[in-house]
Design a protein around this ligand. Structure first.
Ligand code: ADP
Length: 474
């Protein structure tokens, strides 16, 4: 079975969040169970620089705004997954990140950039594709590929498509006049189409036109049918209820493996935990925290965004420090949150380390060196850091939402609280600290989490059955 997996980021080439982890790992897992899954990525500088063997295979015509693009063929650097790169230098070769410029503002032509990317994906899945390799299913991810199912369907193409929502909060919303830019027919600008409260929504297009919808945990698949987390799309998602399924993300267990993680100063496992203590001491040293095996060290790694409930952490930070705890945060994002954590660090030298930035190695060292991981997200489609924490014996404290609820078992592998309030978080922190003081009970919890299996194979099988369902003759 041939699957084209269209995505706007994939690690290790380009990453801003969990989408990149999924896009880096799921195609590998699909190939491991016998599917021919190939990736399609935009030709950002980091992608072009990160592959060794890129060869042009064809030109792509018929893209929005008469964009001229070349399709390159390469392989992912660490996995041998075949990769197609949409090389359109005017759109993708520029400084900054995939969606924003160096100053943190959205690229002004994102509407065209991702319309072109979506159209290219649709073209490769269509009967007009210039490639000999044809996908049986086009698998789209998040708003950046949301128009692809619309292009396919409106052109009368038969290839089925899947739209996976990694986060419903990012929808790719543009003014209605952009319908011309993206080249969709005026009649598609309707409630039964790509229109979203008077604007054009890329994600809504995908959710309306794709044959099947998935999201990244069963609980989030339920939550987005409700007004609180449905972001105005709950009506559509409810009406498409039979086509919507939640498939939990896995983790890349090669990349996140405490017995072999090359970022760590010491390795450890559920049977040999000593190395974890050494990771903690080294982390304390590196982050200028007071050395001490016994001070409970709280780790946080997150995009600093409202979604992640970081205001709740700020509200309980004094309580944590008062109980002898330490805090190590790694994150970047909203300026106000960056400043608040910087201030907290400045007020409590030796007790709070706030590293504002993006650092893959440090994220591994925090997962390994911390005792407790804080993830009080207000909503969380799946969440990966709590899974990395479980694997690294770092007991997570999570809000009961989305994938956090589906992956952390209260009192067994972590601590789950139900209301997104400082008080509820504090009660969970208090329970964690009480358990932490009982070494045997704590180690039992660490080991219970480390033994949970969150490898990709199970999820890959679920995607496979979804693809097979789509290919069944009607
Ligand atoms: P989201 O996709 O909403 O950002 P996830 O928990 O699904 O959240 O995935 C986040 C991914 O990004 C994880 O792999 C996490 O380790 C990583 N990450 C987030 N912020 C940073 C950072 N500042 N430095 C390094 N890695 C980070």
């Amino acid at each position: 079975m041939h699957i084209l997996f269209a995505t706007s980021e994939a690690r290790p080439l380009i990453k801003t969040g969990g989408l990149a982890d999924v896009s880096g790992a799921l195609p590998v897992a699909l190939r491991a169970i016998g599917l021919d899954c190939r990736l399609l990525l935009p030709g950002y500088p980091a992608v072009l620089a990160g592959v060794k063997d890129a060869k042009p295979v064809c030109m792509l015509n018929g893209l929005p705004d008469d964009t001229v693009a070349t399709l390159l063929e390469a392989t992912m650097p660490d996995s041998e997954v075949p990769l197609y790169i949409l090389d359109a230098p005017e759109l993708f070769q520029r400084p900054g990140g995939p969606y924003q410029d160096v100053a943190g503002h959205d690229h002004p032509d994102n509407v065209l950039r991702f319309a072109v990317f979506s159209k290219a994906a649709a073209l490769l899945a269509s009967s007009d594709s210039p490639l000999a390799w044809r996908p049986d299913v086009l698998h789209c991810n998040d708003w950046q590929t949301g128009l692809a199912p619309a292009y396919l369907r409106l052109a009368g193409e038969k290839t089925p498509s899947i739209m996976t929502v990694h986060n419903l909060a990012y929808q790719g919303i543009f003014p209605p006049a952009e319908l011309l830019t993206v080249g969709l027919p005026p009649e598609s600008f309707a409630v039964e189409g790509v229109e979203y409260y008077g604007n054009l929504s890329f994600l809504k297009a995908g959710l309306y036109y794709a044959d099947r919808l998935t999201t990244v945990s069963p609980t989030y698949a339920e939550e987005i049918r409700q007004p609180a987390l449905g972001m105005g799309l709950q009506g559509l998602l409810t009406s498409r209820g039979d086509d919507l399924v939640g498939i939990l993300n896995g983790i890349d267990s090669g990349e996140w493996n405490p017995t072999a993680d090359h970022y760590l100063p010491c390795k450890f496992s559920s049977r040999a935990l000593a190395g974890k203590k050494d990771c903690k001491l080294k982390l304390q040293q590196d982050l200028n925290l007071e050395p001490g095996r016994n001070a409970p060290l709280f780790g946080i790694i997150a995009r600093l965004a409202q979604q992640k409930g970081l205001d709740l952490i700020l509200a309980v930070a004094d309580g944590i420090l008062h109980r002898g705890g330490q805090i190590a945060l790694l994150g970047t994002g909203e300026k106000a949150l960056e400043a608040a954590f910087r201030d907290l660090g400045a007020q409590h030298p030796g007790r709070v380390a706030a590293v504002i930035g993006y650092d893959e190695g440090l994220s591994h060292r925090i997962e390994a060196g911390a005792d407790i991981f804080l993830m009080p997200s207000r909503f969380e489609p799946c969440g990966l850091n709590q899974l990395y924490s479980l694997r690294y014996g770092t007991v997570p404290i999570v809000h009961a939402t989305g994938g956090l609820q589906d992956t952390v078992e209260d009192g067994v592998t972590g601590f789950v609280f139900h209301e997104p309030t400082p008080h509820a978080l504090w009660l969970a922190v208090d329970r964690a600290l009480t358990t932490y003081a009982d070494t045997k009970a704590w180690q039992r919890m660490m080991r219970a989490g480390m033994k949970r299996d969150f490898s990709w194979e199970k999820s890959a099988r679920e995607y496979e059955s979804l693809y097979r369902e789509l290919l069944k003759p009607a």
